[in-house]
Ligand binder design. Structure first.
Ligand SMILES: Cc1ncc(COP(=O)(O)O)c(C=O)c1O
Length: 382
């Protein structure tokens, strides 16, 4: 059985590899030229043309008018939470996410409250969310209160796990009913759409990541997509050390942060954006290959993406059927022996030691996905 799965994976990825990683960055001559030009210009830090040019390309691609470039996706999440001000409040989020999501909540002095995934997707389950809020939430003075902890539930972070768009319509209905603000964590979802709109363009704040393993990279980096101009202006000031604009005076009007993207990072993002459509096409082709070889497989399967939605297929995950769950570790070990460096999925965050005492819904699906899932090699193969 293990041999059978390994062979199917091998049939989808480049032959004669020394090592094959889960997601490798992709560079070309234009990237080298942009970074070299940036160095030659001496504007490698917080000012420079590439910041404007990369932002503009992101604006055109996503159709979002207000985008701020940040030093990482984690910084973008933290700043989104600062926009909403979640201090001493609870923030709902899926347990099936990367650790940066709850970490950012803690950094913004909020309290994570974890929700289970759907049975057939890693993304937050609207049914579980409804059931959980019916059990724990009351509305008082237009605020959603967790009657068990006495704290306000102020926001929900909707994660588009591994690039797969979450069901925004159902979750928005629930959040409207309970007066909860939405932040979208689209760290891996550049190029993913929901009902024909780029993810992150219909909520108050949303984030992207350009870390080295993402669909495009700036080395490290991120972005916040804002719906409102005022939020954009406020956070732009906050991440620029709250410096009052002046040609020679160096004065500040509040405690700010230095969480901007540097021009040298933006130079890389700028050239990577020139081929974003080809990159996404390649990822979709790879997904289709995996889908075809594992179609009606005896041992394993892929999650189906909602037809309405359009995933960028950042990472393709494979799941063992229940009966074969016990072979999970053996399969990963065998693939590593063959230098195919697959990974387990994110360990559900409510199971990590630092989050085990945080509030949470009942958890079955997230644990099951984690125990059966494997992130396959998903790079931009031509
Ligand atoms: C869901 C999710 N959120 C946040 C992040 C953090 O992004 P960054 O690594 O740019 O800080 C990641 C990174 O992989 C992620 O997958």
């Amino acid at each position: 059985m293990i041999e059978h799965i390994v062979n199917k994976i091998k049939s989808c990825i480049p032959k004669n590899h020394k090592q094959i990683h889960m997601h490798e960055p992709n560079f070309n001559k234009e990237d080298l030229l942009n970074v070299t030009n940036c160095i030659k210009s001496t504007f490698v830090s917080t000012r420079g043309n590439y910041i404007n040019s990369f932002s503009q390309k992101l604006q055109n691609f996503t159709s979002c008018k207000y985008i701020l470039l940040t030093s990482s996706g984690t910084a973008a999440l933290f700043l989104s939470l600062k926009t909403i001000n979640v201090e001493k409040c609870e923030v709902l989020l899926p347990s099936m996410t990367f650790v940066a999501t709850p970490n950012a909540i803690m950094e913004a002095n909020g309290i994570p409250n974890f929700i289970d995934s759907s049975i057939d997707s890693l993304n937050i389950s609207a049914a579980k969310l409804t059931q959980y809020l019916e059990e724990i939430a009351i509305i008082k003075d237009k605020m959603c209160i967790n009657k068990i902890t006495g704290r306000v539930i102020k926001a929900i972070i909707i994660v588009h796990a591994y690039g797969d768009p979450a069901n925004l319509t159902s979750i928005r209905k629930i959040s409207n009913k309970y007066n909860i603000e939405i932040i979208e964590d689209g760290a891996g979802a550049l190029g993913s759409f929901y009902n024909k709109k780029h993810i992150g363009t219909t909520s108050r704040c949303s984030i992207l990541s350009f870390n080295g393993n993402k669909i495009i990279t700036t080395g490290m980096g991120g972005a916040i997509l804002f719906k409102n101009k005022n939020d954009f202006i406020n956070i732009k000031h906050l991440i620029s050390t709250a410096r009052i604009s002046h040609n020679w005076k160096v004065e500040h009007d509040k405690i700010g942060y230095n969480l901007r993207m540097a021009n040298i990072n933006a130079a890389l993002g700028d050239s990577q954006m020139n081929r974003i459509k080809t990159t996404i096409r390649n990822k979709k082709t790879l997904f289709k290959k995996y889908e075809d070889v594992f179609n009606n497989d005896e041992y394993c399967f892929l999650h189906k993406s909602n037809i309405e939605n359009q995933s960028n297929h950042w990472i393709t995950n494979l799941y063992l059927k229940k009966k074969y769950k016990k072979y999970h570790q053996a399969l990963i070990k065998k693939l590593h022996k063959e230098k195919i460096l697959v990974r387990e999925l994110w360990k559900p965050q409510h199971m990590n030691i630092m989050y085990k005492n945080m509030p949470k819904s009942s958890m079955t699906n997230a644990i099951n996905h984690w125990k059966t899932g494997i992130s396959l090699p998903s790079s931009n193969y031509k």
